[in-house]
Design a protein around this ligand. Structure first.
Ligand SMILES: [Zn+2]
Length: 118
């Protein structure tokens, strides 16, 4: 018999709750970790399961470390790693590295529609 995973259930409930709110369409794994008091590595594992299910979509935000402006959101970062991007807030080109890439999860559109009908 499989052991009940309370953390997994809590994270699933959290994502469902976010999907119900129209004004929020994305969230950071750090926020989930902080709000639910679950270690970030566990949060990332559980969120990746939900992303395999198609309930959420993983993207990466490229952010300027000076002003935290989100310069771009990409599906994959391998093509842009070590390339320069332009921040129009500070007017400077910055190099994309792991330190300015932030994983962010977006609620899948079809999943949201399903949740709202439920
Ligand atoms: Zn900037």
């Amino acid at each position: 018999m499989a052991k009940f995973n309370a953390n997994s259930a809590k994270i699933e409930d959290y994502v469902e709750e976010v999907a119900r709110k129209s004004r929020i369409n994305s969230f950071y794994p750090q926020t989930v970790s902080r709000k639910l008091n679950i270690p970030i590595d566990i949060v990332l594992i559980e969120l990746s399961k939900l992303s395999e299910d198609g309930r959420i979509d993983l993207r990466y935000q490229i952010r300027c470390l000076d002003d935290l402006n989100t310069i771009d959101v990409v599906e994959q970062y391998s093509d842009i790693l070590d390339k320069e991007v332009f921040c129009n807030i500070c007017g400077e080109s910055i190099k994309v590295t792991y330190s300015n890439l932030y994983p962010v999860f977006y609620i899948n559109k079809e999943y949201r529609e399903y949740i709202k009908k439920k």
